[in-house]
Design a protein. Structure first.
Length: 317
């Protein structure tokens, strides 16, 4: 766990602080953060998602049907719970609720999945299985749902009127961050292998994803400042306590193997997906609260991670 803190979480803080300082000292103007976000959302992130998903294979997805069903149903159900409750409790618009769900209801599995699980559980098949399944659900299911809800709520069309359901769906599918992971899933299900010779091209572009996304989050923090209120606390609770708690109970009741259950719980307890922050900043929806929720959740994960690993071990012992 100490290695995870040093090698995974501290670099996030360092890069985010650098972005924050650059924004505060006006090295970059607030509007320039949009350029970084566009680079990540339209190019680097789709490349990273595509490259990570196509590494899976069809056998991995069907090797553990229980794990796949728990991940799919659980992540989508909790995503929609975040979407509905934030409108009920905090009177947010549908567009704001969609972005909130992309943040509070989605773990950053593509960025931190292997980095957190490998040091604890090794690089075996089970680790790859958990990361691949959770990554596919987050990137190929919940992100498209979130963008659809964002467009349907009038948040993705430059403040214009709300779109019809069909128009919102079409607009969501046009986004590279949506169609790239969906294409990757289709290729995996069809058993089509992407030639290894193209990996370096995807990898070079994908490497910009994490660092630029975190730096841009720091710039956004500098423009909006961190706020600590009931809504940020609720989002942090939802991400770090409710989500892993639900998965722990459901996974235990469904008889998941102890190690697989530990990895699944830790995966969904990861801090919010940076893709949600990027989408928030691009469309200028839920930016201040979303960025504050990310910052607080990253800090909280340092405490939550070892607690959930211990509880998962204890409940299956």
């Amino acid at each position: 766990m100490q290695q995870m803190l040093v090698s995974d979480l501290i670099p996030i803080f360092v890069v985010m602080i650098l972005g924050y300082m650059a924004g505060k000292k006006h090295v970059f103007a607030p509007e320039q953060a949009q350029i970084f976000n566009k680079l990540v959302l339209d190019f680097a992130l789709p490349a990273a998602l595509f490259a990570s998903i196509v590494r899976a294979d069809r056998e991995m997805l069907f090797q553990n049907t229980t794990l796949s069903l728990i991940s799919l149903v659980g992540l989508v159900a909790l995503f929609m719970t975040s979407y509905v409750t934030i409108m009920m409790f905090f009177k947010r618009t549908k567009a704001e609720a969609a972005v909130c769900a992309l943040i509070a209801g989605s773990p950053t599995i593509g960025f931190l999945g292997y980095a957190v699980l490998d040091p604890l559980y090794g690089t075996g098949v089970e680790t790859g299985l958990v990361v691949a399944i959770v990554a596919i659900v987050v990137n190929a299911v919940t992100i498209p749902i979130g963008l659809y809800l964002l467009n349907a709520g009038g948040g993705g069309n430059d403040g214009g009127p709300k779109e019809s359901n069909s128009s919102a769906l079409i607009d969501a599918l046009k986004e590279p961050v949506v169609w790239a992971p969906i294409l990757a899933v289709i290729l995996v299900l069809l058993g089509i292998k992407v030639p290894a010779v193209v990996d370096p091209s995807f990898a070079l572009l994908a490497k910009a994803n994490s660092s630029v996304a975190v730096f841009a989050a720091g710039l956004t923090l500098a423009a909006y400042s961190i706020e600590l209120d009931k809504e940020v606390a609720y989002n942090t609770f939802f991400k770090l306590v409710l989500m892993p708690g639900v998965f722990l109970i459901v996974g235990w009741l469904c008889g998941l193997d102890s190690t697989v259950l530990q990895m699944l719980v830790l995966s969904v307890a990861l801090p919010p997906a940076f893709s949600g922050i990027i989408i928030s900043s691009k469309y200028q929806v839920y930016t201040r609260t979303g960025t504050s929720s990310l910052a607080v959740s990253v800090l909280g994960f340092v405490i939550a991670a070892p607690v959930w690993v211990y509880l998962a071990k204890w409940i299956t012992s």
